[in-house]
Design a protein around this ligand. Sequence first.
Ligand code: FE2
Length: 191
Amino acid sequence: MANTKSLRDFISEMTKLADQRLKEPTMLERAQPLMERLLSADDWLPSQFAEPDEQHYTQYLLHCDPLERFSLVSFVWGPGQKTPIHDHTVWGVIGVLRGAEVSQRYEWNDDALHPSGGSETLEAGAIDMVSPSIGDIHRVSNGLKSKPSVSIHLYGGNIGAINRHAFELNGSTKTFRSGYSSDVVPNIWTL
Ligand code: FE2
């Protein structure tokens, strides 16, 4: 059985941070060590929230704050799986739990999207951040060719219910809501 105390402690500490109504830079600064601690041991994620799907990447909700101030999601990337180019519209802290994740950022130039720097490979334990103020548009893919990877994403809202955008390089834009891949969340109160 998964050691749910790590997840329970993370949610508890994040709830205390949310209660402080911190400005975004401070929230990101304070959330980062919590994510580092969560990633430091790989014994807490129940296996059903790390199951890959053959067709597409999966996003399992692990917790949503009842006031929708933050949510925590496990992303499971099968070989070759990737997101469209997309934004978030809220801050996000992205941590890799297993395997590796590749992130390519984009920026607007002349009504089209262009890669902003090279792609970045995040190995297990690494953390990346996004937000409208620090850069919010990227594409994420599995960094492993033949095995699944798992990353843990923390967002400043109920990310599955937020209207956000998927883009083509030519600038065409679609609004979407991602939802979640499962109807249940982990029981964080097992001993
Ligand atoms: Fe993203």
